[in-house]
Design a protein around this ligand. Structure first.
Ligand SMILES: [Fe+2]
Ligand SMILES: [Fe+2]
Length: 286
């Protein structure tokens, strides 16, 4: 593999990011999607992406490890949260989707651990720690809370998994190739979780009495999970998020991603006749 890290002609000088990936030929005609090989944003825009752990600068190595440890921790924690509902979900289809979600989260945890594994003994030590972590001892508050009722399952998947999607979208086409390439499948799997969460809330809001939980319970779970979901984006003035953008790892600041999330969610929840609490309601991190 070439280790030439010079910028392709004409890209670095202009300072503009290279164009989006081109469909050289339609997939249905046997074509392929051209992979994006250049870093698209940050201080090294236009230079070839990093493809192996050993070529990554120290600062970036530390950050990728930190991001992947948090990522894997949330995936494994959510399995512990969902587990009691595998055979308590109200309908057979709900049970099947719960099982599907747990399988997906296990795969996402495995994917993050595979990236950690590329960092040798240091990565292995983190994996051992992650796999031994008991319920209630995870990094983010949202993953230490229980699903006390079915509406919590709906609100968690609608709100907390959706933050996860914003975090994954921020990694799309990032400067570390193996991480960038893991995103499309994870994102398509997460879409099921989001849709399911919204459908649970919708069934509660619209068919009060005919389903497992009513509109009041749905609203109570929104009050419980929405503040923890907003916290997950992190501090407004986070140095780490600024650094992650400079290194081409993340696309958006915490505040930018949080604002997009609120904008997407507001009409969705109001459309169900439910509402979001104010942005500063019950917040721990701002
Ligand atoms: Fe996940
Ligand atoms: Fe998920």
């Amino acid at each position: 593999m070439s280790t030439d890290r010079t910028a392709p002609t004409g890209v670095a000088e202009s300072g503009a990011p290279p164009p989006a990936p081109v469909l050289s030929k339609l997939l249905k005609d046997g074509g392929t999607i051209e992979p994006v090989r250049e870093i698209l944003w940050g201080t090294s825009a236009g230079v070839r992406k990093y493809e192996t752990a050993h070529e990554i600068p120290e600062e970036m190595r530390k950050l990728i490890i930190r991001l992947m440890v948090v990522q894997a921790d949330t995936e494994f924690a959510s399995i512990q949260q969902h587990r009691p509902w595998l055979d308590k979900a109200p309908t057979l289809e709900d049970r099947w989707i719960e099982a599907r979600i747990v399988a997906d989260e296990a795969r996402h945890g495995l994917q993050a651990c595979r990236i950690l594994k590329d960092f040798g003994k240091e990565g292995d030590a983190y994996i051992d720690e992650l796999l031994a972590k008991p319920e209630g001892h995870h990094k983010l508050d949202a993953f230490n809370m229980k699903f006390d009722r079915w509406s919590d399952v709906g609100a968690f998947t609608c709100f907390v998994d959706r933050v996860g999607v914003y975090q994954l979208r921020a990694f799309q086409e990032c400067s570390y190739g193996p991480l960038a390439r893991a995103m499309p499948l994870m994102l398509s799997e997460e879409q099921l979780h989001l849709n399911f969460g919204l459908s649970v809330l919708r069934r509660m809001a619209k068919n009060s009495g005919d389903y497992y939980g009513d509109k009041e319970e749905a609203q109570a779970s929104i009050q419980k999970w929405y503040p923890r979901a907003l916290d997950m984006f992190g501090h407004s003035n986070s140095e780490t998020s600024r650094k992650a953008i400079d290194l081409g790892l993340k696309r958006w600041t915490n505040d930018e991603a949080r604002a997009m999330y609120i904008k997407e969610l507001t009409p969705m929840i109001e459309g169900l006749g439910l509402h979001l609490p104010p942005i500063d309601f019950d917040r721990h991190i701002s």
